[in-house]
Design a protein. Structure first.
Lengths: 246, 266
């Protein structure tokens, strides 16, 4: 997988660049597939986990207006990137593995090589770039709908929305936002590499493709979780100012 | 798949009734007792589940427990109450993240595994062969797996919660070192009680049942050669992640929505 990563980055940078059309296709493909699952998931997650649980806790102190501040931590820093990565790995990643695996089983990949077309440059690189960008963009989308979940939770507690937004905006910082975007871009890279690798090395007929999707999504999830832990820890430890409540 | 913007929701609406019918038949086979003809197969599936999926699920909950721990430690430090990191990890772990982590990994490992396995049997006509031999494929393939998951998963889930607790403890006390071990545990155990664990278990088991049924459904109805199995696997994953989130939200709303169950206030 590391070799594939290296090859992908190298052939993405080295001319010629024949992958423009495929890149746009993959980009739209991921966009079409993921927008609806992500919409439902982020609203559900934002409403349930940080919204209701933290809201319950804060309402005991009569400090429900602080929920907005908590949403910076919960949604921007943690859950929006996380849920985005889960959905992208589960939806777009599995679709990519299934697609490439099918081509591998039908020997289309070998045919491409015989024709002198480099599968890494023409198939992996556009998916890699498209997923990186799509994941980062979807992060913003997830963030908006996660906060919408928080708004729903605030309304459930019959609290006014003004204080929610005011604490949300005073606590949000640019560091949080770029941290979140960088994190999801790298999540996208992990998902793309794992899915492409598993798809291109699928073997063994009917069960093989299913098995490849299964392994691919497990590895992608574990990779995302582990990377998320390391990244969050590093960000929190190196930027102590973002965790100060204002 | 993915030709137009509305493909995914339309697919769901189209297959929702089928899945409900499938689930009803699955439950009928189990509660009608017909599955016990194949109890040996159910035990074998339980064995496969234990050997194949336990470690992956535990390591997922472990990593997410670490995550809860560091977020909690930094958050409680910022509000000036580092000694209360236990509250955050108790609630975050038990009530929200452990069911989610369990659901994600169940969907990824067990759910797609079921689709791949049953789908491959369907494609290579093994399912039809079962029917020809006079064995109800529904009972033998789907009901036994659901029964196996009900036998194994509650225990696996409780151990997974344990792994998450241990990870949060490691992160808060050993790694960040913001609070002493005794102080952490005092708060940690004060802010949870056995009903919370039961609710969390119910949440996890609902997700697991949903995932096994969806996985079995997509596998059982797979068509279109090797490619079809891959596509069905990918599709089942889409429905499963969304289902996990919905079950998580509804569970939170039902169990803790109006009653925070915290030992403070009145």
């Amino acid at each position: 997988m590391m070799i594939l990563t290296g090859k992908t980055i190298l052939s993405a940078l080295r001319p010629p660049y024949p992958y423009g059309g495929e890149f746009v296709n993959q980009f739209l493909f991921a966009l079409r597939l993921c927008w609806f699952p992500l919409l439902i998931s982020t609203i559900a997650f934002g409403y349930g986990a940080p919204g209701l649980q933290a809201g319950n806790f804060l309402i005991l102190f009569g400090a429900i207006d602080r929920l907005g501040g908590f949403f910076v931590l919960a949604t921007i820093r943690e859950f929006a990137p996380f849920v985005t990565a889960i959905i992208l790995a589960g939806v777009a990643g599995t679709a990519i593995t299934a697609d490439l695996g099918a081509r591998k089983i039908r020997e289309e990949l070998d045919a491409l090589q015989v024709l002198g077309v480099d599968p890494v440059k023409n198939l992996v690189v556009p998916r890699f770039l498209a997923l990186m960008i799509v994941t980062a963009l979807f992060n913003i989308y997830a963030l908006i709908f996660g906060i919408f979940g928080g708004v729903l939770a605030t309304l459930t507690f019959k609290a006014p929305l003004g204080p929610f937004f005011s604490t949300l905006l005073t606590n949000a910082s640019v560091t949080d936002l770029w941290g979140s975007v960088v994190k999801t871009t790298l999540f996208g890279a992990i998902i793309a590499i794992v899915s492409c690798y598993k798809g291109m090395t699928a073997s063994g007929g009917a069960e093989g493709v299913g098995r490849a999707v299964n392994q691919g999504v497990v590895i992608a999830f574990l990779g995302i979780f582990a990377f998320n832990y390391v990244f969050t820890q590093t960000l929190l430890a190196t930027h102590p100012e973002i965790s100060v409540i204002k | 798949m993915g030709r137009t913007w509305l493909t995914v929701p339309r697919d769901w609406v189209a297959s929702l009734g089928d899945i409900a019918k499938f689930a009803a038949r699955d439950f009928y086979e189990i509660f009608g007792g017909r599955v016990f003809k194949f109890f040996g197969e159910a035990l074998r599936q339980a064995g496969i589940l234990i050997l194949g999926s336990t470690l992956v699920i535990w390591s997922t909950t472990f990593i997410l427990g670490l995550q809860c721990g560091i977020e909690g430690a930094y958050f409680d430090r910022s509000v000036g109450a580092p000694a209360y990191a236990g509250v955050f990890s108790a609630w975050c772990d038990l009530r929200e993240i452990m069911p989610y982590a369990f659901g994600y990994m169940m969907a990824a490992k067990v759910g797609t595994g079921l689709v791949a396995e049953i789908g491959a049997m369907r494609i290579s006509d093994e399912v039809d062969a079962l029917e020809v031999m006079g064995i109800s494929s529904m009972t033998f393939l789907c009901a036994t797996r659901l029964l196996a998951s009900w036998m194994v998963l509650p225990f696996m889930y409780l151990a997974a919660v344990g792994a998450g607790f241990f990870a949060s403890y490691l992160a808060v006390v050993q790694q960040i070192g913001e609070v002493s071990s005794g102080g952490y545990f005092l708060i940690f155990w004060m802010f949870q009680n056995p009903p919370d664990l039961l609710y969390s278990l119910i949440k996890g088991m609902t997700m697991a049942t949903f995932i096994v049924i969806v996985g079995a459904y997509y596998g059982y109805t797979a068509s279109g050669g090797p490619v079809g199995v891959g596509t069905a696997t990918a599709k089942s994953m889409v429905l499963n992640v969304v289902g996990v989130h919905l079950v998580g939200m509804l569970g939170t709303q039902i169990f803790w929505g109006s009653n925070p169950r915290a030992p403070i206030g009145g």
